[in-house]
Design a protein around this ligand. Sequence first.
Ligand code: BV8
Length: 233
Amino acid sequence: MSEKRIVVLTGAGISAESGIRTFRDGDGLWEEHRIEDVATPQAWQADPMFVWRFYQSRRRQMKEVEPNPAHHALADLADRHANFTLITQNVDDLHERAGNMSTIHMHGSLKTLRCEVSGQREERMEEHDLRDEFLTCTCCAVAQRLRPDIVWFGEMPMHIEDIYEAVEGCDTFLVVGSSGHVYPAANLVNVANAAGAKTVLVNLEAPSNADAFTEIHLGKAGEILPGILEQLS
Ligand code: BV8
C-alpha cells in the first residue's frame, strides 16, 4: 500500500455512460426549465410539486441504471489504496453500488429525503415512495412533508470541512467528469494546487477550469479511467 494520499472528485460525467443525463449535455433543461432554476429553495417554495416531480423522476431512474467501468475502477483503487477519499457532486448511488461505501456526497443524495421540520433523513426508495405524491416523515408526531435531501443552488454544500481537510492534505487530486461550472466544487482543484498536489483531470472535453490541472486526459471516463489509475496508485 503506497502512503500517497489520493482524493477524487467526480461530477455528472462519470455517470453519463450509465445513462444518467449530465447537467450541461444537450440543453441542460428539464421540461423546458433550466436546472439551475429548478434546483433552488425558491423553486421549491414557489411550486413544490413541480420540483418534487423533477426529483421523483430522477429517483425512479436510479432503479434502471448500473455503475459503469469508471465507477468500478475507482472502487478497485479504493480497495488497493489505504489513503483514498472519494467526493462526489453527484446525487446518484452508483459509487456505493460499485463498492465505494464511504463516498462523500457534497450535494446530497437522491436515495434519502429530509423532514422539513426536524431535518432528519430517511431512506425512502420503495415503489410506493417513487410516485408523484408528496411523502411525509416518520419522525414527527404530526407527519411533516419530506423534501429532497439535495443541496440546491444557494444552499451550503455538505461535509465542506471534511472536504477541504482532505483536499488540503492530498498528494494527488483527480477530477472525473465535471464541467467546473459549480462552486465551491470547481475551486477544489485550486485548493489542491495550493497544497502542492498533482492535479489530474479525466473529462470528455476541456472544462472551464482546465488550466488549473497538471495533467488532462480527454475522453470517456469509462474508457480512460481503468488505464490511468495504475499510474496514480
Ligand atoms: C453555495 C444538486 C454558498 C442538485 C447541485 C448566487 C447565489 C448563491 C450562490 C451562487 C450564486 N451564484 C453562483 C453561486 C454559487 C453556486 C454556483 O456555483 N452556481 C453556478 C451555476 C454558477 N453554487 C451554489 O449555490 C452552491 N452553494 O455556493 O453556497 C453559501 C454560503 C454560505 C451559506 C449558504 C450558501 C451549491 C451548489 C450545489 C448545487 N447543487 N446538485 C441536483 O442534482 O438536482 S450542482 C449540480 O450541478 C451537480 O451536483 C454538479 O455539481 C453540478 C453539475 O456539474 P457537473 O457535475 O460538472 O456536471 P456538468 O453536466 O456541468 O458537466 C459534466 C461534465 O462531464 C462535462 O464537462 C462533460 O464534458 C463531461 N462528460 C460527459 N460525459 C462524460 C464526461 N466526462 C467523462 N466521461 C464521460 N462519459
